[in-house]
Ligand binder design. Structure first.
Ligand code: SF4
Length: 525
């Protein structure tokens, strides 16, 4: 037998570790629906998976949006480390998976991160072995602490090979956070500075995403406030597109992007096919109230039609605030949109949500307008969680109808036909299809994004749509036996108590203690 090479002698062989990364999710239907076509798709798990050493860790990812609730006992038995992420309203789902994993394997290390964990640091500490309050890179430090530095990746690159749910479009991030401060946005609550990635890192991401026809920049704000870096990224896009890495790209930008025609020209010339921007409302006064001032400088119809006329399809979301606006007023806005074929229809509609830790949340709390017995899970954008200007019964009827765009369907169809006639020479077939699909998404959102929805649609009629009385998802009942120590993990996290004040568990959660929020907490006292 020959002697081992010198390098091999000095390094003892380390056992491989198993890591499962899960994107936790509660569907807005409150049913165990799979939404494999929901777009954009979750990238958190594949970025987090990149923190593990490829040599010493076997990593799997699971996305509850596209695959439905994770209830596979064998998969929950499998990992040495379970890494959980998800949107704020999905915090309880992280608790469910923690209970399952710890019941089946008491030695498993559970790591949780995301906006809810950052907003509730002290509460999170009670449930998870590690609560990550920083950026995704913190997972490397967690792995080093738990198993030693050899188990953490030296350079974090997203594991596109594990993102089984991402099929047609490469998802890449070129910047982080946002340079604006809308009062309802979780990024504002977290006060994180806008950052640009090193160009070489962006290049490596695009190359490792593989050759796909479409590339999506999932940045919160692809444009940002660093014009030089924006130009450099456009040059990089041109170079890699010319090399055949992708044919077209799309991005999320803020409204100020559209105030310069030159930006649209640069985007179009480099292969941009779609831009998403948060319009939220066509009411300038409402936008000012929520500090979304960047949306008030250019008239929005003009902005959207300028984008469409440049040959780029424009997508946006709409936020309906029935806490400060009457239903009649909101309806007028919807009628205005559906009567204006110069603009696209919104890709989605949400109610305004007082996301934990945002300035808007503290205002709602101070004004005592969050409904009694509101659960964190209710903050999903389709459940009424605040007092409404109109009587609550009318608000419920409105929201129930909104889910299926009741009363507006024929207007949506007419709009789509007129939109097609206006832009058929400016947009390609795919872009026109997206414009048309947005109408369908509005008219039948569940059917358009789910392959398993039909059986559940009738149940929507039994919903109350009000946080105080709305039933919990089926997944709050354990899918299999959990240790009695973890049964409380299936109790919903309450935001308010019976009187509408902050629930006790949130008073001691760390929510009011994070330095960035002290000013508001003091103002409230
Ligand atoms: S522009 Fe968008 S990402 Fe930026 S703070 Fe406002 S809502 Fe958040």
């Amino acid at each position: 037998m020959s002697d081992p090479a010198p390098g091999q002698m000095s390094r003892p062989s380390l056992p491989r570790k198993r890591v499962l990364v899960v994107n936790c999710y509660f569907d807005y239907s409150r049913e165990p629906i799979r939404r494999p076509t929901k777009f954009p798709q979750a990238v958190g798990p594949i970025y987090l998976a990149g923190a593990c050493s490829r040599e010493l860790c076997e990593v799997r990812c699971y996305d509850e949006v596209s695959s439905g609730p994770l209830t596979s006992a064998s998969l929950l038995d499998w990992p040495d480390m379970l890494v959980l992420t998800g949107l704020t309203h999905c915090f309880d789902r992280m608790l469910h998976l923690t209970a399952y994993a710890h019941t089946r394997n008491p030695k498993v290390i559970v790591v949780a991160g995301g906006p809810a964990v950052r907003a509730l640091p002290r509460l999170s500490k009670r449930f998870f072995d590690y609560s990550c309050l920083g950026d995704i890179e913190e997972l490397r430090a967690v792995i080093s602490d738990a198993w030693g530095a050899a188990y953490a990746a030296e350079l974090m690159m997203p594991r596109y090979d594990l993102g089984y749910w991402i099929k047609l479009v490469s998802h890449v991030e070129s910047t982080r956070n946002c340079n604006f401060h809308c009062s309802f946005c979780s990024l504002t609550g977290e006060s994180r500075a806008y950052q640009t990635y090193d160009l070489e890192h962006i290049r490596q991401q695009i190359l490792s995403a593989g050759k796909r026809r479409k590339l999506l920049f999932v940045d919160n704000n692809f444009y940002g406030n660093d014009r030089g870096h924006f130009h450099q990224r456009i040059d990089l896009i041109k170079e890699l597109r010319a090399a055949g890495r992708f044919r077209n790209w799309a991005a999320l930008v803020t409204n100020d992007f559209f105030s310069r025609q030159e930006n649209l020209t640069l985007a179009k010339e480099s292969g941009c096919e779609l831009l998403f921007s948060g319009v939220e409302s066509f009411d300038s006064n409402w936008l000012r109230t929520f500090n979304k001032l960047q949306n008030t400088s250019t008239p929005q119809v003009e902005m959207i039609s300028r984008c469409l006329n440049a040959g780029i399809i424009f997508c946006y979301g709409l936020m309906l605030d029935i806490g400060t606006r009457t239903i009649a007023d909101v309806r007028r806005e919807l009628e205005f949109i559906t009567a204006t074929p110069e603009i696209t229809l919104p890709a989605f509609i949400t109610l305004s949500i007082p996301i934990l830790g945002t300035p808007y949340f503290y205002e709602c709390l101070k004004d005592q307008i969050i409904l009694p017995d509101t659960k964190l899970r209710d903050m999903d954008g389709i459940t009424i969680v605040q007092k409404t200007l109109d009587p609550i019964a009318e608000a419920v009827e409105f929201v129930r109808g909104l889910d299926q765009l009741r009363g507006l369907r024929s207007r949506v169809i007419k709009h789509s036909l007129r939109f097609f006639n206006l832009y058929r020479s400016k947009l390609n077939l795919l872009q026109l299809g997206i414009g048309f699909e947005q109408g369908l998404l509005l008219a039948a959102p569940t059917l358009m994004t789910s392959t398993t929805a039909l059986g559940w649609m009738k149940k929507a009629r039994t919903r109350t749509y009000v946080s105080t009385t709305e039933h919990l998802d089926a997944s709050y009942a354990p899918a299999f036996r959990v240790d009695s120590r973890f049964q409380s993990y299936f109790q919903p996290t309450m935001v308010t108590d019976k009187t509408g004040n902050l629930a006790n568990e949130l008073v001691n959660s760390g929510l009011l203690e994070t330095p960035r929020l002290n000013r508001r907490a003091v103002a409230m006292a």
